[in-house]
Design a binder for this molecule. Sequence first.
Ligand code: COA
Length: 161
Amino acid sequence: MKIAIYPGSFDPVTLGHLDVIERAAKMFDRLVVAVMHNGAKKPLFNSEERMGFLEKTTAHIPNVEIAGFDGLLAEYAGQCGACAIVKGLRAVSDFEYEFAMALANRKLNPQVDTVFLMTSAQYMYLSSSMIKDIAQHGGSIADFVPAAIHDDIVLRMRKDD
Ligand code: COA
């Protein structure tokens, strides 16, 4: 059984993430989408909310499982029995950072390799921060987030105002 892990902050999950999840789920028997902590970021949504958004977004994909982990990715990949870490590459600018992370993760856990999927062209420019910024300024995020969680995100962000 080939298991892969797709880690991220997912603050919140975007259509770009969903595109990677749907494609990776076809390549592996099981895909664990892991909500993790990026030390450089302060998330807007707590991890339960981010996992809840992912659960709704991926409900139609039977071999996808949502998890949360607050530690090292390489360690968690080992715990899950994953043979691969899946990451999306949006542009050349992502490469150096992703390359460094892939090398560090392989050093920490030589059993797990990182597999990069090119983001589909229509999502190249997307990021979770951009979506939060648009929503915070009253713009429409309907083209950027999965339909299943659009209203949840908008309502939750209104509560913050
Ligand atoms: N479509 C749209 N947006 C995408 C995308 C895609 N396919 N892929 C990534 N993005 C966006 C993300 O939403 C994120 O946006 P943001 O910066 O506005 O939040 C941005 O691109 C960067 O994504 P990514 O590089 O995947 O960072 P991340 O913060 O989502 O995830 C972790 C980073 C959590 C995987 C990483 O910090 C980690 O592994 N943490 C655990 C601790 C650890 O092991 N550290 C050592 C690592 S060597």
